[in-house]
Every structure is written in C-alpha cells, then in structure tokens.
Design a binder for this molecule. Sequence first.
Ligand SMILES: [Mg+2]
Length: 176
Amino acid sequence: MFTCFYPDHYVASIYDIPYEELWRKGVRGLFFDIDNTMAPYDLPRPDASAIRLFQELTKMQFKICIMSNGKKARVALFNENLKVPAVHRAGKPFGYNLRKSLKTMGLKPGQAAMIGDQVFTDVWAGNRMGMVSILVSPISEKDEWITKIKRGAEKIVLRRYRQLNPSSEHTTQKKK
Ligand SMILES: [Mg+2]
C-alpha cells in the first residue's frame, strides 16, 4: 500500500542527503524543489548555505536543475544567484518537464534524483518517473493553502512508511 509515495531516502534537509553515495550509485542529475525544500516559501532568495551547497554539488560534477511548481517570478528571482537550469510551473507530480529536462541533460531517469518536501508532488513525481526519490522534512510549518490540505493525507502515508522503516526519519533508508 502507498508504495508509489514512499521515498527512497527520507532525510532532515538538503544538507543531509548522501550525495557521495548517490554519485557512487550512478546518480548524475539532481532535481530540487524550492518551497520548503531549499527555503521557506516566503523567502525570495536562497541563503548562503544553499548557494554553497550548489557550488559543492557542481564541483562534484552533478548536473543540477530546479523543478518547481511555483510561479515564474518566484523561480527566476530565487535562481538569480544560483544560475542553474530552472523550470517553473513544473506540473509535478506529472513527469512531462522532468522527462524533458532529463533529455536536455542527457540522463536516464535512474541517473537522477528528485528532491523535495512533498509526498504527493515531489516523491510521487520521482517514483513514477523511475528516478531516485528523496523526501526532506519541510523547512517551515508554513505552507500554501493547497499544500496544507495535502499534509493531512501525507501524514497517513508517512506514518505507514515509518512503521515499515522504523529508523527512517532523518536517516537514510532504502525503500522496501
Ligand atoms: Mg515544496
């Protein structure tokens, strides 16, 4: 039950993702959600640590892409200092834009990871594409109204996920 919503990794934040392990397993592309994954949704720009992380990941040779369902202006301003390929109104959980970006990056779905804070958006998108799915705990409790509605159902899925993966939260666990 719910397996399409279970992440491959469930970690506290984007700073707790085992990037080296992903690289060893052949992951070369990283898709990042913005809101509540990289920054609270009301923060217009990435902070210094997020910028540093992207620099380090780029140095590691990862191809990075922002994949956000947010508006064009939000994504453009957020990406101003990061300067990575970015897709707004991405339509997650649907795979159209992920598929398109993978093609541009020259990667197969299994060589990429979708990183985000929402089960029904980011994790589902990654899983249905055959990508590695990585769930991070939302940065802030503040959500947009549409997200607030989804969080209730998300709790049910994550409760079940934790039963199956008792030490899952804030550690890395492979999906069963
Ligand atoms: Mg989000």
